[in-house]
Design a protein around this ligand. Structure first.
Ligand code: UTP
Length: 284
């Protein structure tokens, strides 16, 4: 299975940082967000990925390329550990790039990968969403896809005050963690939301989604919304929602970025004690 990783958005929620730097390259301690996403796809068994980029996103390509000069310097210092770490980044997967010339929305970004993906089911991982879990989130979705042969989207329950930030689904429960999706409403008011189950940034789509995107008219913000295309798909095929196990961080959101850095620091031996002490001190 191939993966499509949209990373062409403008990141307006993270200005001014994103004025001239992609939010997908925001560091989580010392690793850019999109590397976690590419690693999740690779850990799920995906070897062929398309990253959808745009103007000003060239450093994403450079990050996954071989840095010859850097490798030369590390080699001459005999720093094998760093050398292996740096070389690994260029070898995680076969990564292809396609540009979305104008950021016309997430649906439109995914459509840019149509020719590369062809007529096969494929995974989508948003380039600014990190999901920390033992079994990679996409792998969890793949299991459902294998069983039902249908599109599957990652969902998670959110607090009532947060439903207006997400695509919210109307559903029928099928099994533990598993739902048949009936409708997707993009960023509804809390009073109008059909549930509290929110669509998170991981999907397995049947190739039929491309025709649905092609038929989708610009919606909110004049963008080709994935939620609108999903509703067209629902008219033709079954779509499942899977309540995955894991913690999701939206790197487009400043607080989530702060949170993941602190939580990851608490998991790393070199920072754990110092970070605990700092947090204790700040509480006093
Ligand atoms: P977001 O809605 O989080 O991204 O899209 P955005 O538009 O960059 O963010 P804000 O709201 O202005 O801060 C989710 C994912 O879809 C990609 C983004 O790069 C992100 O990874 N995307 C979004 C595109 O590739 N193209 C688009 O036109 C829009």
């Amino acid at each position: 299975m191939k993966a499509v990783i949209p990373a062409a958005g403008m990141g307006t929620r993270f200005l001014p940082m994103t004025k001239n730097s992609p939010k997908e390259m925001l560091p989580i301690i010392d690793k850019p967000a999109i590397q976690y996403v590419v690693e999740e796809a690779a850990r799920s068994g995906i070897e062929d990925m398309v990253i959808v980029t745009g103007r000003g996103k060239e450093i994403i390509e450079n990050h996954f390329d071989i840095a010859y000069e850097l490798e030369h310097v590390l080699g001459s210092r005999n720093d094998r550990e760093k050398l292996a770490e740096i070389r690994h980044i260029a070898e995680i997967a076969d990564i292809f790039y396609v540009r979305q010339k104008i950021p016309l929305g997430l649906g439109h970004a995914i459509y840019m990968a149509r020719k590369h993906v062809g007529d096969e089911p494929f995974a989508v991982l948003l380039g600014d969403d990190i999901i920390v879990s033992e079994e990679p989130c996409v792998k969890q979705l793949m299991r459902v896809h294998q069983r039902y042969g249908a599109s599957v989207i990652a969902v998670q329950e959110v607090a009532r005050e947060d439903v207006s930030k997400y695509g919210i689904v109307a559903f029928e429960e099928v099994d533990d963690h598993l739902f048949r999706i009936k409708d997707v409403v993009e960023k509804p008011d809390a009073d109008e939301a059909p549930s509290r189950l929110a669509v998170m940034g991981r999907y397995i789509f049947s190739p039929e989604i491309f025709d649905c995107i092609a038929r989708t008219k610009p919606g909110k913000n004049n963008e080709i919304q994935l939620a609108d295309a999903l509703n067209l798909l629902l008219e033709k095929e079954e779509v499942y929602g899977y309540a995955f196990t894991g913690t999701r961080y939206d790197l487009g959101d400043k607080f989530d970025w702060l949170r993941i850095n602190i939580e990851m620091a608490l998991q790393r031996d070199e920072f754990r004690e110092k970070m605990r002490e700092l947090l204790k001190k700040l509480q006093q």
